[in-house]
Design a protein around this ligand. Sequence first.
Ligand SMILES: *Cc1c(COP(=O)(O)O)cnc(C)c1O
Length: 223
Amino acid sequence: MFDVSINLHKVLEQLPDGVKLIAVSKFHPKEFIEVAYNEGQRIFGESHEQELSAKVRELPQDIEWHFIGHLQTNKVKYIAPYISMIEAVDTLKLLKEINKQALKNNRIINVLLELHIAEEESKYGFTFDDCRKLLEGDEWKQLKNVHISGLMMMASNTTDKVQVKNEMLLAADFFDEIKEKYFKDDPDFKERSWGMSNDYPIALEARSTMIRVGTAIFGPRIY
Ligand SMILES: *Cc1c(COP(=O)(O)O)cnc(C)c1O
C-alpha cells in the first residue's frame, strides 16, 4: 500500500525554507487528500474543473487550490469564486477572462505565466519571445483583478538530468529578466513553479519556489 502520509513527509523534509509544496491530487479520491490535509498539507493542485469543483464541495474550506492544467476560457467562471492560484496562463485571452471573472467575484486572482521550454509534448505555454511581447504590451497592466505572481514550466520528460536542469535554469534566468523589467516594484512577483515527482530534486537546485508533486505522494493515477 502507498502510504500518503509517509510519502508526503519524505517530500516535505527535502524542501528548503521558502519552497512550497503543491500536492497534485488530480485523479485521486478525496480520502487521499484528507490524509495529506490531516498531516498539515494545505495547498493542492488539480487540473480538471469538474473534478476540482466536486472536491471543493466535499473538502475543508481552508484548502488553497491551485489550478495547474490547461484551462479553457469557458471554465474560468466556475473556479473564479474560490481558486487560489491559476498556474498555467498561456494566452492574453485567458488572462483577460480571469480578470473579468475575478472582477465579478470582487477578487484578485493570482496567476503564473506558463513557459513552453520543453522540446516535446505540450502545445501550451508562452515562448520567451511571446512572453516578452505580452509584457511589452500595455493590456495586461489594465487587468486590475489578476496578479501575475511568477512563472510556471514543465521540463522535458527525459532521464537526461542535465537537460532538465538547463531548462529550469533558463526559466529562472528569464524570471530574473522580466522581474527586472516589469515587476521590480512588486515583491509579490516571486514564484517559480517547476519540479514534479521525477524532477523536483533538480528543481530545488534550479531556484524553484513551488514544486508540484503528485505521484510521489499519492501513487500512480488511475485514469
Ligand atoms: C500532473 C501534473 C503534475 C504532477 O505530476 P507527477 O509526476 O504526478 O508529480 C505537475 N504539474 C502539472 C502541470 C501536472 O499536470
